[in-house]
Every structure is written in structure tokens, then in C-alpha cells.
Design a protein around this ligand. Structure first.
Ligand code: MN
Length: 327
């Protein structure tokens, strides 16, 4: 398909993250390197921390994809709605995804749940197509892998993730420079917002949560992307197994970021509310007001945690029966 086509649209999900931006850019460079035309589209702007990436300015912010294309390549989307772009219906669609919540909605569906990032799949596509892995591509892909593995912290960060990272460094990605741009270039409003959010940190056994109101956002002069990472302070507490960040949107709906240390599957919880993600990290949007959304998600999380607790108890009971047998 990639070989036959000449003109491609490349898109990812709305509110693009490091994997979305890095993979789109590398995919565009791969296609350009194969003498194809690739137009990159996003419903939302590229977050500040990724704007330094090579060719980041070529991602066009649009609401509608116009013009004719041989195919539209959708990276890490479980459906057209996830792109928040119009004009994709009826096109020849290629779906490349690694989320647990993937769906086979396209003409071509390439899904690898074991991939540590969609960037890994773009990397493999590049190798398979015989395209050159330029330093610019390696930089984009490394940034995607770095951020999508939570700086090589998440479950699934195994030897092959490091093999991939190593190869990207060999091809010209510079880890210290990339880390400086991504982790040590925060805008001040982000810190102000974080300060407010931390005053609202609550903990109940293995569950922790915090929230940010629309007014907090205005007061801190914060933008959407400044909320990135706040939930990690909640899941980062010893003994906490699951965490939630609730963020009030300007239209009154509530955006949820869910995290788990692995026992609770937050992708499944997010999917039950129309969202998606991975076992350890997911997101979804609920109707407001804030306190109602909070009640709903906390109730669900408590139920999931006690169900998981039950499973652990049963497993340890079975184990002690096994010990008795051995004794
Ligand atoms: Mn990803």
C-alpha cells in the first residue's frame, strides 16, 4: 500500500502526545524519503515541548482534511472520532495502533499491543520499506519512545525497547538534548497549576486523586498541555495503586486521566466511559459537574480496587493451600 500510493494524509489523535507527534513526523519523513507526498494534520496544536522537533511546523492544524489522497494513515486512534478531524470518512484508511483499546475500523489495521510506542511500528515500517533512518527521524522516534514509556518506566519497557532506543541513538538521536527539551523546559504556568493541584491531593487507601478547575487554569494562565503529568504525583505515592486527575473543561465536561500500577486495568475503565488507553494509563471524558464526575469515577475505582483485592486474597489462599500440600 505504502509502495503503491503516492499521496498520503497522516493524522493522529486530538491533543497529540509525544508518540503522536514524533510518529507523525517520522512517518512524514519516511514517506518523503520514498519520494511520496505526505501531509500531516492535527486537530490541536503541537504541544510546546514538542515544537522543537525537526519539521514540527509541517503539522497543519485543521478541522477538516481536504483534497484527494491515496490513503489516510491514522496513528494511535481507535476510530475516526479520536482524530477530531472531519473529512476522513470514505477515504482509504490505514490504522496503526498499539493501544489495548484498539479497534479494526480501517481498510488496513496494523495493531501491535506489544509495541512500546507507535513509534516502534513506524521504525519497523521504515526498516521494512528500506527507507533511510535519518538523525531527524531518529530524534522524533526516540522522543516518542521516551515519552510513551514514561521515560522507560512503564511496564513493557523491556530489552527490545532499549534495543530500539539504542539503535535510534546510533542513528543520531541525542538523549540528553531531547530530555532537556521535554522534561526541563516547563513553562512557569505549568508549575503554578501543579502547585494548586497538589493542594487538592486526596488519598484513600490505595486510591489517590486530585483535580483542577477551569478557574484554576485561568488563574495560572495554564493551557491544556500544562495538565500533562500532574496525575503522576498521585500515582507516585507509596501504597497507592490507582490514581485519577479530574480536569474541568471550559464547556463544563470533565476530562479524566487514569493511572494504575498494574493491578487495576484503567484502559478497561476508561473504555467503559468512552475513552481508551493502556492497562497503566488511560483517559476519558465525563459529563459535569465536577463533583458528580468525581463521585462516579471514585466509585468505579473503589469497586475495581476491591475486586482486585479479592483476586489477590484468593490467589494467596490458593498459594497457602499449595504450601500445606507441600508440607
Ligand atoms: Mn502511543
Amino acid at each position: 500500500m505504502v509502495r503503491r500510493g503516492q499521496k498520503f494524509a497522516v493524522c493522529s489523535h486530538a491533543r497529540p502526545d509525544g508518540d503522536a507527534v514524533g510518529s507523525m513526523l517520522a512517518c512524514g519523513m519516511l514517506l518523503a524519503g520514498l519520494n511520496k507526498q505526505a501531509d500531516l494534520y492535527s486537530a490541536d496544536p503541537v504541544p510546546q515541548i514538542y515544537r522543537w522537533l525537526p519539521c514540527a511546523e509541517t503539522i497543519r492544524r485543521v478541522t477538516r482534511v481536504e483534497g484527494s489522497y491515496d490513503a489516510a494513515i491514522l496513528l494511535e486512534c481507535d476510530g475516526l472520532a479520536r482524530t477530531r478531524l472531519e473529512g476522513l470518512e470514505g477515504r482509504f484508511l490505514v490504522n496503526i495502533d498499539h493501544h489495548a483499546s484498539w479497534k479494526a475500523f480501517a481498510a488496513v489495521n496494523w495493531i501491535e499491543e506489544g509495541a512500546c510506542a507507535v513509534a516502534e511500528m513506524v521504525y519497523r515500517l521504515t526498516r521494512a520499506a528500506g527507507g533511510a533512518m535519518t538523525p531527524a527521524m531518529a530524534t522524533c522516534l526516540y522522543t516518542a519512545v521516551l515519552t510513551d514509556t514514561g521515560s522507560f518506566c512503564y511496564e513493557g519497557t523491556d530489552a527490545h525497547a532499549f534495543d530500539l532506543a539504542r539503535d535510534l541513538v546510533v542513528c543520531g538521536a541525542r538523549p540528553a538534548e531531547i530530555a532537556r527539551e521535554v522534561y526541563f523546559s516547563n513553562p512557569l504556568p505549568k508549575m503554578a497549576l501543579l502547585g494548586t493541584a497538589l493542594t487538592r491531593l486526596r488519598r484513600e487507601g490505595r486510591l489517590a486523586w486530585l483535580w483542577v478547575t477551569d478557574e484554576d487554569m485561568t488563574r495560572a494562565h495554564a493551557t491544556e498541555e500544562d495538565c500533562e503529568g500532574i496525575v503522576n504525583y498521585a500515582i507516585g505515592i507509596a501504597g497507592v495503586e490507582a490514581a485519577v486527575l479530574l480536569r474541568e473543561l471550559s464547556d463544563g465536561r470533565i476530562r479524566l486521566s487514569l493511572r494504575s500500577k498494574g493491578g487495576v486495568d484503567v484502559a478497561r475503565i476508561a473504555a467503559s466511559f468512552g475513552g481508551g488507553g493502556h492497562r497503566h494509563a488511560g483517559g476519558c471524558t465525563l459529563e459535569g459537574p465536577l463533583h458528580a464526575a468525581m463521585e462516579r469515577i471514585l466509585e468505579t475505582m473503589r469497586r475495581e480496587l476491591s475486586r482486585e483485592n479479592q483476586k489477590i486474597r484468593e490467589a494467596s489462599r490458593a498459594e497457602s493451600r499449595g504450601m500445606n500440600l507441600l508440607g
